[in-house]
Each structure stands twice: as C-alpha cells, then as structure tokens.
Design a protein around this ligand. Structure first.
Ligand code: CAA
Length: 381
C-alpha cells in the first residue's frame, strides 16, 4: 500500500502580539490565571492588513519555494474565520502564490476540526492518484468579545502542509477514530465577528469527544494507548490538552504522564488559539523540538466545537529533522510587534465593511497583505 502523509509543513502568524500579562493587568486578573490556569502567555493579533488569507499564503509560500508546484492539483483551505461567505479563501491564496489554473480549490469548515477534514480529504485524493500532491492550509484568527472569559484564549496562526505519497515527515496511518455530537458549546452566527461560547459546556464537550473518538479508534482496530509515543491535542489553550490527556488516562486506565505534552505547547502558548491550525501548530512544535522521534507513532486529537472530533496517528519518518523550519518559526514569533492594550482594544472593535471602497493602512511587514475593498470585493497584494 502506498505510504501517504505530511511531506512538509510550515507555520505563519500575524504582525501583532498581545501580552496576556497586559490583558490581566487591565482586567484586574491575577496573571497566573492566564499563565498557569490557562497555560497561555501571549496571543497573536492581526494588523488591519492581516487576515486568514495573508497568513495562510505566508505559511504556504515556503513550502512552494522548497518543493515547487509540480503535482499540486488541489488546494484545501480550512478555516472558521473566513473572509467571504461564498468564495474560498484558498482562491485568493492560489493567486498570491502564483499557482497554475489547473488546480481545484475549496474552503472547508467545521469549527477547529476543518483542518483535519482537509487532511483526510487530501489523503484520499493522493490515495486515488499517488502522483498528486495536495496543499492543505489551515488558517484562523480566533476572536471572542472584549472583556469576556474567552478573550485571553484568542490568537491566530496558519499551518500549511504538503500531503503526498512517500512523505518525508509523517506517514498517516489509515485507522481513524471519529465522533460527531450535536452540541451548542461554541459557534459563530453569520452576522457576528466573534464566537459565542458556553465555556463550561465546551470543556465537557471536548472531553466527551476525546473518549468518544478514542473508543471508535480502538473499535476500528487502532493500537492501544501505550503504543502511541506522543500525543498532540487541539489546543484552544494549552491547559486543555493536559485535561484531555488526564481524561484519556482515566478512561483507558493507563498512566499517561502529562509532561510528555510539554513540547507540543511551545508555539501554542505564545500564539494563542488558532482554531483549525492549532493541532498542527502543536505537531510542528513537537517535530521542531524533539530529536529522537524517527519511527515513533504520534497520536493527533482534533476537536471542532459543535462538534466533530477525530483521532489519527502517524509514524515519524527518518530524516524528519532535516525538514524542520524551527529557526524560521522562531523568527516569525520574535518579529511580532507588541500591541499596547488600548490599540488592541481599538483594533478589536474596528470592523471592515464591504459596502464602500476602502484602502487598508499599510501595517504588516509580512509578505502578503489585505489591500482593501474595491467594488465590494476584497483585494490582496
Ligand atoms: N492562578 C492559577 N490558576 C488560576 C488562577 C490563579 N490566580 N485563577 C484561576 N485559575 C485557574 C482555574 O482554577 C482554572 O483552572 P482549572 O480549569 O484547571 O480548574 C483556570 O484557571 C481557568 O479559570 P476559570 O475556569 O475560572 O476561567 P474562566 O471562567 O475565566 O474561563 C474558559 C475559562 C472557559 C476556558 C474561557 O477562557 C473560555 O470560554 N474560552 C473559550 C472556549 C474554549 O476555549 N473552550 C475549550 C474547549 S472548546 C474547543 O476546544 C474549540 C475551540 O477551539 C474554541
């Protein structure tokens, strides 16, 4: 059987960053609540000319630089903070990257699970024709209302992945465990720029999904928990992954030390929630910071409120370290410009309308930018 999986992956984020200590001080909250209680330190925040398209393109560009576009006939763009209710954000990215017209491009949505749905779709396309390579982009800007409990769990990032036969980084195994449950834990109506969330219910729904997906994974013949060497979880905030891992340990009756999750937190702690990208940001952090993973099995737990969840596993390939973008990711994180709280609040409250032409101010120093609205259509450069 053809080996299929992640041949390359790259992370990008926004121009700005907000320090959660600043947010805590302004809110009169003990900073330890965010640092320890949620496990978060900073959150990426978009400049007016950043959005899911620009950071998605920024994540994908280095993949094309390294591998070229040969064989890429599909772009799957996963997001729950898309910029248009009809046109795929992937079409803008396709143009920004200079991809040929002989590509099918589509946007996928199911809350934070969309990136995993895109990955599964990509695996299927490559299984059908192993000559094809699929560009999967997960890109999100997580937004809750100002002064709400969700506010410190905002964030932003994009992860681009090249899915192909004979992958250099992670071969995805065929067995998956899935779970769908209709629950109103978190959603965003089409007339709202911020998510609506029942915090306590969302935590319960997430944990319920861990066991639901795990039981299905085992029922499908997946290996037992002690044959999975590393777990990476969707991280709305990093503490959630600790809760999930402890929950899985209690459910399986197997001791699963939470320290093994630490490296998967390295990027998410300072990016914040990136919805569809979050799980793959965690995977990138593990691959970038652990040297002895070749041949080991990594378990990935994806959760999208509403809710759909999935557990998949992958085998880390020999030589995966040669493909690391650790230095580039560290540079992108360090290059973010700290946003003072007043400016953050003003930017958060600002809305973009499509009813009048507008030129977006030049702020971001990243390679792609949202230039504004002309004739009610979004323009990028
Ligand atoms: N020092 C250290 N820890 C402290 C502290 C202090 N001074 N004060 C509080 N804490 C701890 C609390 O004990 C708690 O930890 P435990 O849960 O381990 O007990 C933690 O800090 C958070 O405190 P609260 O529960 O009081 O926090 P809150 O009511 O302000 O809200 C939240 C927390 C519900 C996660 C909220 O941030 C929220 O609604 N976030 C958005 C929803 C979310 O992320 N849900 C996750 C599951 S849904 C999902 O995964 C999909 C997705 O991406 C959205």
């Amino acid at each position: 059987m053809t080996r299929i999986g992640i041949h390359d992956l790259a992370v990008a984020t926004t121009h700005h960053v907000v320090e959660l200590d600043d947010l805590a001080e302004a809110a009169g909250v003990d900073p330890a609540k965010y640092r320890l209680g949620l496990g978060q330190e900073r959150m990426s925040f978009p400049a007016p000319d950043d959005d899911v398209v620009t950071i998605g393109a920024a994540a994908a560009a280095p993949i094309l630089e390294r591998h070229g576009a040969d064989g890429i006939r599909t772009v799957l763009f996963a997001t729950e903070s898309g910029v248009d209710q009809s046109k795929s954000g992937g079409v803008f990215v396709h143009r920004l990257l200079g991809l040929p017209p002989t590509v099918r491009t589509v946007e996928l949505k199911q809350a934070c699970y969309g990136g995993t749905a895109a990955l599964q779709t990509a695996l299927g396309i490559v299984a059908r024709d192993p000559r094809e390579r699929v560009l999967v982009i997960s890109s999100d800007i997580a937004r809750y209302e100002l002064d709400s409990p969700g506010e410190p769990t905002q964030g932003a990032a994009a992860v681009a992945m090249l899915v192909s036969a004979d992958p250099d980084i992670l071969e995805i195994e065929p067995i998956a465990g899935v779970n769908t449950t209709d629950v109103d834990d978190f959603w965003r109506p089409t007339d709202s720029t911020t998510a609506i969330v029942d915090g306590a219910l969302s935590l319960d729904a997430y944990l319920h999904s861990v066991t639901g997906a795990w039981d299905d994974y085992r029922a499908q013949g997946g290996p037992d928990v002690d044959e999975i060497h590393r777990f990476v979880y969707h991280q709305p905030f990093t503490k959630m992954a600790r809760k999930a891992h402890a929950h899985l340990a209690a459910h399986t009756g197997v001791e699963l030390p939470v320290e093994t999750l630490e490296t998967s937190f390295r990027y998410n702690r300072v990016l914040g929630n990136s919805y569809t990208a979050s799980l793959f940001v965690g995977l990138a952090a593990v691959l970038d910071h652990e040297d002895d993973l070749a041949g080991t099995r990594i378990g990935l737990f994806s959760y999208g409120s509403g809710s759909v969840s999935e557990i998949i596993t992958g085998i880390v390939q020999d030589g995966y370290r040669e493909h690391s973008r650790r230095d580039e990711t560290a540079a992108a994180l360090a290059a973010r410009v700290r946003l003072p709280l007043d400016d953050y609040r003003a930017l958060h409250a600002a809305t973009t309308t499509s009813s009048a032409d507008v030129e977006t101010p030049h702020v971001t120093t990243r390679p792609y930018r949202f230039a504004g609205v002309r004739g009610r259509a979004r323009h990028y450069e």
